[in-house]
Design a protein around this ligand. Structure first.
Ligand SMILES: *Cc1c(COP(=O)(O)O)cnc(C)c1O
Length: 237
């Protein structure tokens, strides 16, 4: 069967090897950082065929990351059971398609988006876990709130009744890895220390991808988001 989505040449055996090697590297990085908590491995599934995603779930992956609404809707019926988080840029008018299908949204960077998530969650009778996305590198073209506005934004978010703020997410620009991750850790610690926010349970720092997850772990990442390092390279981003 031909599948447009399956754009990589990586076979299933490679996925197994990649996964084992990532697990080992995560354990080493956790050790080196002296951490005894957990860093969860998320498999980022864009462009990956459901068969391969399910193979990864069979290996022990229990968290999937989706960043395209339409692709997710097209593929999700074929997925083996796993927790799914939405990690991509999200248009307000698309919230309704995913609100009952994911357990966390990592990419919340405006009150307008947060209010729509809150409204849709309320109509489902649920509370949606979210992360505030921070544009830690200050890049103009990127999503996320500015670092110096992040804590204020988090305070505003936690006024909403049907979302629960769980922490922060970032995609640092290439070349800024140590400094950006260190800055994120500092923000995250400040957010955790703040007791005033109402609808918040701050325990999640989502950062680190295939090329930099060890550095992210060093600076406290609790979810690392791995795409190409697990499934092979993809044709489009
Ligand atoms: C694609 C993507 C990843 C994974 O990137 P890799 O470098 O392939 O590991 C992580 N986070 C987000 C938001 C992505 O879009």
């Amino acid at each position: 069967m031909e599948r447009q989505l399956n754009s990589t040449e990586t076979g299933f055996g490679d996925v197994r090897e990649n996964y084992l090697s990532i697990c080992e590297r995560v354990a080493e990085a956790m050790n080196a950082a002296g951490r005894s908590d957990k860093a969860r491995i998320m498999a980022v599934t864009k462009t990956v065929a459901p068969e391969k995603i399910n193979f990864a779930v069979g290996l022990g992956i229990d968290l999937l990351g989706e960043n395209r609404v339409q692709e997710f809707l097209d593929k999700r019926d074929e997925y083996a059971p796993a927790e799914v988080h939405f990690i991509g840029g999200l248009q307000t008018n698309k919230v309704k398609y995913i609100i009952d299908k994911v357990s966390m949204i990592h990419s919340v960077d405006s009150m307008r988006l947060a209010e729509e998530i809150d409204r849709r969650a309320a109509s489902q009778g649920k509370i949606m876990d979210i992360l505030a996305e921070v544009n830690i590198g200050g890049e103009e073209s990127k999503g996320g709130v500015a670092a110096d506005k992040a804590l204020e934004f988090c305070a505003e978010l936690s006024e909403l009744q049907h979302i629960r703020l769980r922490g922060l997410m970032t995609i640092p620009p290439p070349g800024c890895s140590e400094k950006c991750f260190a800055d994120m850790q500092e923000l995250f610690e400040k957010l955790k220390a703040r007791q005033t926010d109402k609808n918040a349970l701050i325990d999640t720092l989502s950062m680190g991808m295939s090329g930099d997850f060890e550095t992210a772990i060093k600076f406290g990442a609790t979810i690392i988001r791995i795409g190409s390092g697990l499934f092979g390279y993809r044709k489009y981003l």
